[in-house]
Design a protein around this ligand. Structure first.
Ligand code: MG
Length: 410
C-alpha cells in the first residue's frame, strides 16, 4: 500500500469553543500524533500507518450515561489513502490499479473511532471532495457521539462516502465506549450470508481461469458488459469450471434488447440474479422487470432511502452500499424499507480496506446477499480484522469495528 497525506484537518470542540487546525498536502506526521497519540505516520514518507489501541474497553454499559454527562467533545481528523490492488480490476466502466479512500478518526473522551469509505467517481465524488466535506462539517458533529441519528441528520446530505466514513467512525467510537462490537451495538447477529468473490471483466477464458482459482468462496460475481457480444460466453466459460452459485453485474452496459436476449441464457447457466443491466434511470426498467428470466437487482439506481420506493417497479432487489447510502444508519433503514416493498436486499462494497468492509460486515446479517470482497482485492490490507470464515466475512467480536491497523510489510 502506498499512502499519502493529501490533507488533514483537526477539529477541537470544547463547549462553545471550536477551532480548526488545518494543513494541506503532506502535512507533518507530528501533527497527526498531536491530535491522536495512537496515530503514527511511519516509514520513509511513502507509508503512513494508523494504529489503534487493541485493548477491550472495560467500561460497563451502565456507565454510558455518565460518559455522556461528562462529554469532553470530539476531535476529527481525515486523510486520503491510496490502496493498491493486487491486480488490475476491470468493470464495464473502466479499470483501476489503485483506489482512493477517505479515512476518518473521531476522538472523544480519550477513545478513537475510525471509519473509511471509497468516494465513487460515477457520482462525481473524489478523495479531495470527500476530504473537503469532512473538513467542512467537523464543527457540526457536536459533543455527543452517541447521538448518531441527530449528527447524521444535521450534516449536509451530499458526499456520501465522506458521510459514510464519519458514520462508521462514530459507530466504531460508540462501540468502543460501550465495550461492544458494532453488530451487537446495532442489535444484529454476527453471522451474515457468504460473500461473493468478484471476477473482473476479461476474456472468457481468463475469467474461467480466475473462477477456477477461487476455491475459498462459496459464490462468484461475474462482471459483464463487455460490449463485444461475449458476455454469455463469459458466463458459460466460468460455469464449465465451477458449480458454485453465480451472479452477474453489468454496471449499466446493456440495452433492453441485449438484456432480454442474455438473461434467459444466463438463467440456463444457473446465474441467480443480475445486477444493474440497464443504465440508471432507463425508462425500460419496468419492461425488463416484467420480462426478466432471473431477478434484477439495481445498484447505480439505488443510493439512499429516498430511492427505494422507485426501485420497486424496476427491480426485484437492491444493492445497498455504505459509500452510497452515507453510512450504516441509512443502510439499515434501506434494508427494512426494501423488505417492506418485497425487494431482496444485497449488501455491496467498493474497493476498500477492511476498515471499510468491517462497517458493512456489521450489518450483513440483515441482508439476503453479500458482496463484501473489496479488501480481498488489495495487495496489502492496512486494517485487518474481518475474518473470512467458510466464505463469510465475519466481523470481529472486539468492541467497535474491531479492526487494527498494521504496517505495510514491504
Ligand atoms: Mg454493482
Amino acid at each position: 500500500m502506498t499512502s499519502e497525506w493529501r490533507g488533514a484537518a483537526g477539529l477541537s470542540h470544547r463547549g462553545s469553543r471550536c477551532a480548526w487546525q488545518e494543513s494541506n498536502l503532506r502535512p507533518r506526521a507530528p501533527e497527526a500524533r498531536a491530535l491522536s497519540p495512537e496515530l503514527q505516520a511511519r516509514g520513509n514518507g511513502s507509508v503512513a500507518t494508523v494504529s489503534q489501541p487493541t485493548r477491550r474497553r472495560a467500561r460497563p454499559l451502565r456507565a454510558r450515561p455518565d460518559s455522556l454527562r461528562q462529554s469532553t467533545g470530539v476531535d476529527v481528523s481525515a486523510r486520503i489513502i491510496a490502496l493498491e490492488l493486487a491486480e488490475t480490476f476491470t468493470i464495464a466502466r473502466g479499470s483501476q490499479d489503485t483506489a482512493d479512500v477517505v479515512e476518518v478518526e473521531i476522538r472523544h473522551d480519550g477513545v478513537s473511532g475510525f471509519g473509511e469509505a471509497a468516494p465513487i467517481d460515477r457520482y462525481d465524488e473524489s478523495g479531495a471532495s470527500a476530504l473537503g466535506y469532512v473538513e467542512s462539517v467537523g464543527a457540526d458533529l457536536g459533543d455527543d457521539p452517541f447521538a448518531l441519528e441527530d449528527v447524521m441528520r444535521r450534516l449536509p446530505h451530499e458526499q456520501f462516502a465522506a458521510r459514510s466514513a464519519i458514520d462508521a467512525a462514530l459507530h466504531d467510537l460508540c462501540g468502543k465506549l460501550a465495550g461492544e462490537p458494532v453488530w451487537r451495538f446495532l442489535g444484529l447477529g454476527r453471522l451474515g450470508p457468504p460473500t461473493s468473490w468478484t471476477i473482473g471483466l476479461a476474456a472468457p477464458d481468463e475469467m474461467a481461469t480466475k473462477a477456477h482459482a477461487s476455491g475459498r468462496f462459496r459464490r462468484l460475481k461475474l462482471k459483464l458488459g463487455g460490449g463485444d457480444g461475449l458476455d454469455v460466453d463469459r458466463v458459460r466459460a466460468v460455469r464449465e469450471v465451477t458449480e458454485v452459485p453465480l451472479q452477474a453485474d453489468v454496471n449499466e452496459y446493456w440495452s433492453l434488447e441485449e438484456a432480454l436476449d442474455a438473461l434467459p441464457r444466463l438463467a440456463e447457466l444457473g446465474v441467480e440474479y443480475c445486477e444493474q443491466p440497464l443504465r440508471a434511470g432507463d425508462p425500460d426498467g419496468q419492461k425488463l422487470k416484467a420480462a426478466a428470466a432471473i431477478p434484477v437487482y439495481v445498484d447505480e439506481d439505488c443510493h439512499t432511502l429516498a430511492d427505494i420506493a422507485a426501485c420497486a417497479p424496476i427491480a426485484h432487489g437492491v444493492n445497498i452500499k455504505l459509500a452510497k447510502s452515507g453510512g450504516i444508519g441509512e443502510a439499515v433503514r434501506m434494508a427494512h424499507a426494501a423488505r417492506a416493498l418485497g425487494l431482496g436486499v444485497m449488501l455491496g462494497c467498493m474497493v476498500e480496506s477492511t476498515l471499510g468492509i468491517a462497517a458493512g460486515a456489521a450489518m450483513a446479517s440483515l441482508c439476503d446477499h453479500v458482496d463484501l470482497d473489496g479488501n480481498l482485492l488489495l495487495r496489502h490490507d492496512p486494517w485487518p480484522g474481518v475474518e473470512l470464515v467458510d466464505g463469510v466475512q465475519l466481523p470481529s467480536d472486539s468492541p467497535g469495528l474491531g479492526v487494527q491497523a498494521v504496517p505495510d510489510p514491504r
